[in-house]
Write a protein that binds this ligand. Structure first.
Ligand code: HEM
Length: 229
């Protein structure tokens, strides 16, 4: 009960969004690196990678459940922080002024709820297109040496990113993801007590670089497929 009250306190909520956010960042980086195997000269590399993940069995499903919990908690607590803040100050500030270090109330910070909700909507459409999209039953199969017939996710990706809506919609969302991560990582480190006057500028730069790397790492594959480089 005491733990529950602590977690639901304003500080507890920030710690919860921070901790779940760090878990999501780890997933997003791993997912981005995995996607880059699409670019491998070995055309089977991406499907082999996806197959290897699935064949982790119970470990894969445990990670999936933890991931779903992280997404749900992160979104729910993030929205509740925003609702509480609105209630505390129904009429927003007329002007925003950067608080500088360590406040960092820049554009990314103010747009967290906006980028967050778009990312949530994106995730639902994304899972519907890929994870729950056409598979073996619909004829999306490929033969892998030493493994046999597996789902042809590479074909699905190639087809999807030939459609302009996907080819340009994804990169747009990936830029929003980069912005969300830039502020999120910095804010999480602060909530988890890792900030100090000396470290703060370095960590802020690291969070910005991470946001840019993830956005570029993700948006490259859709554009590469669309323009058939
Ligand atoms: C260019 C960008 C992206 C591409 C091409 C891409 C591609 C894919 C593909 C092909 C799958 C299906 C994997 C499978 O069923 O084995 C997948 C699953 C998934 N993607 Fe993405 N993805 C992208 C960006 C993102 C982003 C930005 C997020 C999160 C914010 C995300 C979250 C997920 C999740 C949660 C799954 C399900 C993982 C699982 O349960 O197996 N993806 N993605």
């Amino acid at each position: 009960m005491k733990l529950m009250n602590a977690l639901l306190s304003p500080v507890g909520r920030k710690v919860l969004t921070g901790a779940t956010g760090i878990g999501l960042v780890a997933f997003v980086i791993a997912h981005m690196i995995g996607n880059l195997t699409y670019l491998s000269p070995d055309v089977n590399a991406y499907n082999a990678y996806a197959y290897k993940l699935m064949s982790l069995g119970w470990l894969f499903y445990t990670i999936e459940i933890l991931l779903a919990l992280c997404f749900l908690l992160h979104a729910a607590v993030g929205i509740s922080i925003r609702v509480r803040r609105r209630k505390a100050r129904p009429v927003g500030y007329k002007f925003y002024k950067s608080a500088g270090t360590p406040g960092k109330s820049g554009y990314s910070a103010r747009s967290m709820i906006f980028t967050g909700i778009i990312l949530l909507g994106f995730l639902i459409l994304h899972l519907n297109s890929f994870k729950y999209g056409p598979g073996v039953a619909e004829g999306y199969t490929v033969e892998l040496a030493g493994i046999g017939e597996v789902r042809d996710l590479r074909r699905l990706m190639t087809e999807k990113f030939q459609e302009p809506l996907y080819a340009f919609g994804y990169p747009l969302v990936m830029i929003l993801l980069g912005m969300h991560m830039r502020h999120g990582v910095w804010s999480a480190l602060q909530s988890l007590g890792m900030m100090s006057r000396r470290l703060s500028p370095y960590l802020y730069t690291t969070a910005a670089i991470l946001g840019i790397l993830v956005a570029v790492g993700f948006l490259f594959v859709p554009l590469y497929i669309y323009f058939g480089v």
